[in-house]
Design a binder for this molecule. Structure first.
Ligand code: GLN
Length: 196
C-alpha cells in the first residue's frame, strides 16, 4: 500500500490523514526527516504558509523536502500547501520560503476581505461531477508556466481565478478538499502517488 505523508507542523492534518486512509493509502504524519524518508508521497495541508515556512526551517525539513520533491516525489498542496509549492509568491512575507515545485505565481489571501471564505460547486478537470469546494482565505494562481495544467477556475468561468493546477506529479488546490467527505481528489492523488 502506498505510504503518503501529511506535513504535520501546523494546519489541518487530521482530516487529510483520515481522507487518505479512506482512499486506499497508508497515511503518516511527517514532522522529521526520518518520517519524510519513510513515505512515497506528501500532502502539504492548509493552515498558514508563513508559519509552515518558518517551521520547515526550524524542524530541518526544508532541504530534505526540496530534495525529495526535486527527485520527483508526488506532492499535493492544498491552500497554504499550494503556496508552498509555487515558484513565485505574491503578498507573502519577505522571509517566506517556498519549495518551487510548480512553475506558477500564487497570490496569498487573494480574494479580499468581503469574500474571505466561500463555498462553491467547482468543475474540476478529470472529475466526473462538480466538487463542493470550501475556500478559506484562499490563494489564487495568477500565472502558470508551460507544463502546468489548469484544472479549475473559480465560478467555473473561463476568466475566473485559477484555483486548481497539476504539473507532472504535483497537484495544487486553493480550496480545502479534506472537509466535506468527498474523497475523489484524495483518490486521484493516491493514484498519482502509486503510479497507477
Ligand atoms: N492564507 C493562508 C496562507 O497564506 C492560507 C489559508 C489556508 O490554508 N486556509 O498561508
Amino acid at each position: 500500500m502506498v505510504r503518503i505523508g501529511v506535513l504535520a507542523l501546523q494546519g489541518d492534518v487530521g482530516e487529510h490523514v483520515r481522507a487518505l486512509e479512506e482512499s486506499g493509502a497508508r497515511a503518516v504524519s511527517v514532522r522529521r526527516p526520518s518520517e519524510l524518508a519513510s513515505v512515497d508521497a506528501m500532502v502539504l495541508p492548509g493552515g498558514e504558509s508563513t508559519t509552515m515556512s518558518k517551521l520547515l526551517v526550524a524542524f530541518d525539513l526544508l532541504e530534505p523536502l526540496r530534495e525529495r520533491l526535486g527527485a520527483g516525489m508526488p506532492v499535493w498542496g492544498t491552500c497554504a500547501g499550494m503556496i508552498l509549492l509555487a515558484t513565485d509568491v505574491l503578498d507573502g512575507r519577505e522571509d517566506q520560503r517556498s519549495l518551487g515545485v510548480l512553475d506558477m505565481t500564487v497570490r496569498r489571501n487573494a480574494f479580499g476581505r468581503q469574500v474571505d471564505s466561500w463555498e462553491e460547486d467547482l468543475d474540476v478537470r478529470g472529475l466526473d461531477a462538480p466538487f463542493h469546494a470550501v475556500f478559506i482565505r484562499a490563494p489564487r494562481v495568477e500565472r502558470v508556466g508551460p507544463g502546468v495544467e489548469v484544472l479549475a477556475r473559480a465560478g467555473n468561468s473561463a476568466d475566473g481565478a485559477v484555483v486548481a493546477v497539476r504539473g507532472g506529479r504535483a497537484l495544487a488546490t486553493s480550496f480545502h478538499p479534506e472537509v466535506g467527505g468527498d474523497h475523489r481528489l484524495h483518490r486521484l492523488f493516491v493514484s498519482m502517488a502509486d503510479g497507477s
